[in-house]
Design a protein around this ligand. Sequence first.
Ligand SMILES: Nc1nc2c(c(=O)[nH]1)N=C([C@H](O)[C@@H](O)CO)CN2
Length: 125
Amino acid sequence: MDKIFLHGMQAQTLIGVYEWERQNKQTIVFDLDIGIETPQVPTDDIGTTVHYGDVCARVRADVAARDFLLLESLAEHVARFLFESFDKIVWLRLRLCKPGILPDVREVGVEIERSRPAPLGRVSD
Ligand SMILES: Nc1nc2c(c(=O)[nH]1)N=C([C@H](O)[C@@H](O)CO)CN2
């Protein structure tokens, strides 16, 4: 498995448990590591990998149109969204930080690690 990463990616979404957080979108910082199927034969073809620009654009557009209470829910949603949107992704680690949310704390956030769910088998399998 090879990995692609997007670290320090900023995205806007409506998130938070407090009323004052429900008024405006906040910036969330994503550290995303993506494991992809490694081509059996090395190629120089963008079609054999995952375009990190597409990942960035798709995630930003998706979360901008949604709202969440917890960072945990946002992380779980993004993990599922990535598996559904990019069939070459087999594993991911996602760390989300809310910058400046607690005084005198450098970084606050959550981290999850997920593998692509196995496809559902047929009843006769
Ligand atoms: N485990 C979590 N704790 C907290 C979250 C969260 O998303 N996950 N969120 C908040 C508030 O929304 C925070 O942004 C303001 O302090 C508090 N704790």
